[in-house]
Design a protein around this ligand. Structure first.
Ligand SMILES: [Zn+2]
Length: 103
């Protein structure tokens, strides 16, 4: 299903000659988007900076996450809920909700 949607997206953008990020599927119709000289959008660059800042997929990032989880658990001890996770219904947010319940 997702593959089909991506193919449809690329076909649609190819027909209309909409500029598409060279790394993701965002195109020039996304609000406040701009591209560097390699065609990479500012949102991909933002993710790069955040991954570096928080150590995503590194030992340091895992330690940071564990520290946050421990803090949340300590602060939520003997309360009805540990924390509130905001979700809007998107697949990745539902995955976050599901994953956070197992940590
Ligand atoms: Zn991008």
């Amino acid at each position: 299903m997702i593959k089909y949607q991506l193919e449809e997206h690329y076909l649609k953008t190819a027909k209309t000659k909409v500029k598409v990020c060279s790394r993701c599927i965002y195109d020039e119709r996304v609000p406040q988007i701009y591209f560097d000289s390699d065609g990479v959008c500012n949102y991909c660059k933002l993710i790069e900076r955040l991954r570096e800042q928080y150590g995503t997929n590194t030992k340091l990032g895992e330690e940071n996450l564990r520290n946050i989880i421990n803090t949340v658990k300590i602060n939520g001890k003997s309360k009805k809920y540990d924390c509130i996770v905001g979700v809007s219904g998107g697949t990745e947010k539902m995955e976050l909700k599901s994953t956070s319940c197992t940590l």
